[in-house]
Design a protein around this ligand. Sequence first.
Ligand SMILES: NC(=O)c1ccc[n+]([C@@H]2O[C@H](COP(=O)([O-])OP(=O)(O)OC[C@H]3O[C@@H](n4cnc5c(N)ncnc54)[C@H](O)[C@@H]3O)[C@@H](O)[C@H]2O)c1
Length: 448
Amino acid sequence: MKINKIVCIGAGYVGGPTMAVIADRCPHVDVTVIDMNEVRIAAWNSSSLPVYEPGLAEVVQRARGRNLKFLNHIDGVQALKEADAIFISVNTPTKTHGPGAGKASDLSYVESCARFIAQHVSGQKIVIEKSTMPVRTAELIKEILTHNNSQAKFDILSNPEFLAEGTAIRDLEKPERVLIGGENSEAVQALVDIYAQWVDPRLIITTGLWSAELSKLAANAFLAQRVSSINSMSAVCEKTGANIDEVAKVIGTDSRVGPKFLKASVGFGGSCFKKDVLSLIYICESYALPEVAHYWQQVIEINEWQKKRFAQKIIESVPPHGTVAILGLAFKKETNDFRESASIDIVQHLLQAGLKVISYDPKVNFTEFAKGLQKAENLKSASSIAVAINGVHAVAILTEWPEFASINWQEFAPQLKNCNLIYDGRNIVPVDAPLPPKLNFQRIGVSG
Ligand SMILES: NC(=O)c1ccc[n+]([C@@H]2O[C@H](COP(=O)([O-])OP(=O)(O)OC[C@H]3O[C@@H](n4cnc5c(N)ncnc54)[C@H](O)[C@@H]3O)[C@@H](O)[C@H]2O)c1
């Protein structure tokens, strides 16, 4: 088995960058990315890509028009028919209604991909789960494929993606590992051969299907758990006079623990952590493992609590109907993605408390961000840090954009004359940064 032609369904934060890197590193493989969202496809074909990631534009520029195409899913049918391998890279959000609502993954997009594939293809096809899926989803996909198409032969592989937004291109070009789960060793090898074009084969881990599916959920749950663990300690630090940055340094220098993901913050965000932990909780409940479900539920609870207590401190520090500047809406630096960003909940808490909010973020589309918020009439956008903080009663840093770490606060003393509090929700302002007099400065996990 050899993969010469690839189709990827889903041109989002994962499908777009992943396929761009595959096309870039495998110039002899035809890669077509299809999506039902025509606006997104048009953006992938323009100079203004729908995803901001450092290095992405250069990779797309090299491969697009050579062996990389972006098509709407109707125009993509011919490519689908000809493909040897079809990646499913669509969204798998938390279900909002029906059984499992609020926890289980909504697999309707995955199911519709399976029906779409079954409707159009014949011959031998490798169907690859790139989306994060609950363990045993491959069974469901295979059932839909074979029920709706008795002519084609399907091999299902699980190849979950470990890229992190903000460093997606680096993660794809130099992954720590690539995971491929499957039953048919020839199909597994065909996909290994693709990655082996640029990834050291020792970093390509092959497993059974269920281990691959579960490993992705488990990996995200462990990462989220680290954030909640350090954030829970940040609250203890604030009460006791210990300093979370010092405590994290000590914990992280133990080689059994390691230093990464030990930065106290306003809480984790992003489209994956919460939904994947919830999905794991639902799986545990479905398999009658309530103790395990309860354990992981706490990771979510601490995260929600961290956001709420951060907002509460701001609310208590400003006059009624006062104004708060929010620096950063993205869920992390170097991305325009604000899905599940801590800023959403914090801004909402502030607005509900009757405060006015003025926000600045260098990459996030403010109109999109404000959609769905209540009392959004009290939320405004600023074109710069200087405009955002002018005359406000408090400033909160919610994203670790480098430009927020290097603000010269003293220079902004006139704009900050009404300001009671600067709350660094990412602990990025240097501890020795000079501040205007009488200004209260607070870091996560540091009493004061
Ligand atoms: N974003 C991340 O950092 C990240 C990292 C690793 C894994 N994942 C997982 O990857 C998957 C995709 O995530 P994402 O962030 O790229 O999502 P996304 O919402 O950015 O992109 C999904 C795309 O799929 C398209 N789509 C949905 N159903 C379709 C259909 N039937 N036919 C054609 N197109 C369809 C949507 O229009 C959308 O453009 C999810 O399961 C997610 O959990 C995400």
